[in-house]
Design a protein around this ligand. Structure first.
Ligand code: NAD
Length: 292
């Protein structure tokens, strides 16, 4: 059991972790910290945290484990602020969506006497804040931990156990591999969803309003465009090398479709759409995903 857990950023991700660990009785005390007093008061009233502080240093000083659940762009300032307040042997971990950035920031700012373990739960929704948190968010989802040659084995075991207690299945991989994989299957789809909504919406004029006629397909494809703009700005900036290449791959695909369309090439279009359908159907079947 973790005695004192400090969660910095009590939103969907940090709040859901606290709720899951409390439900499992895997933590004794949870202290919340963040920049919004209203959100922290709400978190306490929802039973997510036992106490809270807007001073990050106050929140972490007695913590055995500190979880960073803030947007990636806040890592440097948060780590700098908590560094001197952390106790000897404290474990700092995170839930951020890119891992090389987290490891670099931690090595830059954290003192020698604390241990950092980088982690990323592959679970989420497009909602933000403490009121979006729920205890089953991580149930049966993967949590990827990205140890490197500086990672302390005991700290790694504590973080691994924490995510298992929250319901997740834990996997390990190098941070660079994580960022490349997630760039393709998570970050690129978010960029495509943001771009698609803008592409449709900017066509709106006084007498032409396409979104007024948008239905299920548009809603399904664009759900993730309702995600936090601040959070996604930080994720894509932190993984920009991977994403510049991923955007080129997507643009090549769109260009291939455009050429086939212009040529009226029925066979080519059928082949392109069939290969996408086959790949998605196989993925759904293999991973037993609900086709909704
Ligand atoms: P969220 O907006 O719900 O929560 C973030 C919290 O951090 C908020 O309470 C906010 O007030 C606080 N915060 C922001 N800047 C801060 C700062 N400078 N100092 C202190 N507190 C600050 O966001 P979330 O969805 O919980 O995401 C948190 C992290 O988890 C991000 O790094 C994100 O990349 C990662 N993540 C998100 C998802 C997802 O689907 N939402 C999934 C996996 C990982």
């Amino acid at each position: 059991m973790i005695q004192t857990l400090a969660i910095i950023g009590v939103g969907l991700i940090g709040g859901s972790l606290a709720l899951a660990l409390k439900e499992k009785a895997a933590v004794s005390t949870v202290i919340g910290a963040g920049r919004s007093e209203d959100n922290l008061k709400l978190a306490q009233s929802l039973g997510i945290v036992d106490s809270w502080a807007t001073s990050l240093a106050d929140a972490v000083q007695d913590a055995d484990v500190v979880v960073l659940a803030v947007p990636m762009g806040a890592y440097e300032s948060v780590l700098q602020t908590i560094a001197s307040a952390l106790k000897e042997g404290a474990i700092v971990t995170d839930a951020g969506s890119t891992k090389q950035h987290a490891l670099v920031a931690a090595s830059q700012y954290l003192p020698e006497h604390v241990h950092f373990v980088a982690a990323h739960p592959l679970a989420g929704t497009e909602k933000s804040g403490a009121d979006a948190a729920f205890s089953t968010l991580y149930q049966d989802h993967l949590c990827i931990i990205t140890p490197d040659n500086t990672t302390d084995a005991q700290a790694l075991a504590v973080v691994e156990r924490m995510w298992q207690d929250a319901g997740a299945k834990v996997a390990h991989m190098p941070a660079a591999e994580h960022d490349k994989l997630l760039g393709a299957v998570s970050h690129l789809p978010h960029l495509a969803a943001f771009a698609l909504v803008n592409a449709v919406n900017k066509q709106k004029t006084d007498d032409f309003d396409p979104m007024a006629y948008a239905a299920g397909g548009f809603k399904d494809f664009t759900r993730i465009a309702s995600s936090s703009p601040e959070m996604w700005r930080d994720i894509v900036l932190a993984n920009h090398h991977v994403l510049e290449n991923q955007i080129d791959i997507l643009m090549d695909e769109l260009q291939t479709i455009r050429i086939a369309l212009q040529a009226g090439d029925k066979d080519r279009l059928t082949a392109l759409f069939s290969s996408a359908k086959d790949a998605r159907d196989a993925w759904l079947a293999e991973h037993k995903k609900d086709n909704t």
